[in-house]
Write a protein that binds this ligand. Structure first.
Ligand code: RIB
Ligand code: NA
Length: 309
């Protein structure tokens, strides 16, 4: 069986509280709503790709616990292949405590748990499928060495790679840049990686050039309501792709919706210019910010305008 999009990455149970604002240290405040959802950057990206119609598989590790069982079922419900979704009794399913304020902004603490036990062995099992995939997507919510190994395997097999350095770490192994066909991050991650402030498209262009110098095939820096900036190898200039205005309810996981959509376009529209893929992925992600939660807010193909396909 062949899968076009493979995500090697994280699963988290999202424990979400909506409150008027984010609390300060030592402070208790009243929130108005609590819910539990399926999250984790890797799984979010995989689910979004699948909802657009991608034949997708997830290489991940969850706990042998209630949350883990539910997570595997969630993949099945979304038509994501689960043959490489492992369960361990040595750690609990990853969890993310999320607070969302009235502006739709968030603060998140993740406890990666079982995600950190995804390693060499699981990647070896997935190797044959990986070598036949069209796109591999990785992030940084599992052990960085596992992400790097997956990217290396993809490179060896001419599989296109999307790397999302999230959550960002300042001293990223330089191989991450070299193994990224598309290096896709948001403004805060770009800031952390380059050491320079990224507030607008012009800053993002400069940060993108620095990331390109480190060896990325292309770079996309997402800027929330300001859209994104795309840099490609053969071109000196970058393209700013503005986003269409959206009524923001909850921006959590919008970046993951964007990356999942990007993976879908790279897999199924390989000759489409990267700027056009980014423009369409922006539109998909814009739908996700208009509803609460991460995966719960991700659109299906049937909910989207036909011109996106
Ligand atoms: O990118 C959003 C995700 O980050 C959430 O789903 C949460 O699980 C955290 O990992
Ligand atoms: Na959302």
């Amino acid at each position: 069986e062949a899968f076009d999009v493979m995500v090697v990455g994280s699963c988290m149970t999202d424990l979400v509280s909506q409150a008027p604002r984010l609390p300060k240290a030592g402070e208790t405040i009243h929130g108005h709503k609590f819910f539990i959802g399926f999250g984790g950057k890797g799984a979010n990206q995989c689910i979004q790709a699948a909802r657009l119609g991608a034949k997708a598989t997830m290489v991940c590790k969850v706990g042998k616990d209630f949350f883990g069982d539910n997570y595997i079922q969630n993949f099945k419900d979304n038509a994501v292949h689960t043959g490489f979704a492992g369960q361990t009794s040595d750690a609990a399913t990853g969890a993310a405590s999320i607070i969302v304020n009235d502006a739709g902004e968030n603060a998140i603490v993740i406890v990666a748990g079982a995600n950190m036990l995804l390693g060499r062995e699981e990647l070896q099992d997935a190797r044959p499928a990986l070598s036949r995939a069209k796109v591999l997507v990785c992030q940084l919510e599992i052990s960085p060495q596992s992400s790097l190994q997956a990217l290396r395997m993809a490179r060896e097999n001419n599989v296109k790679t999307i790397f999302n350095p999230a959550p960002a770490i300042a001293d990223l192994d330089p191989d991450f840049y070299r193994f990224s066909d598309v290096f896709c991050c948001n403004e805060t991650e770009a800031e952390l990686l380059t050491g320079a402030a990224v507030a607008d498209a012009e800053d993002a262009h400069r940060a993108g050039q620095e990331l390109m110098r480190r060896g990325c095939g292309s770079v996309i820096i997402t800027l929330g309501p300001q859209g994104c900036v795309v840099l490609k190898a053969q071109e000196l200039s970058s393209q700013h792709i503005p986003a269409s205005p959206a009524t923001v309810v909850d921006t959590t996981g919008a970046g993951d919706s964007f990356i999942g959509a990007l993976a879908f376009y790279i897999a199924y529209y390989p000759t489409m210019p990267l700027e056009e893929m980014a423009r369409r992925a922006n539109q998909v992600a814009a739908v996700s910010v208009q509803a609460a939660g991460t995966q719960t807010s991700y659109p299906y193909k049937k909910d989207l305008p036909a011109e996106l396909f």
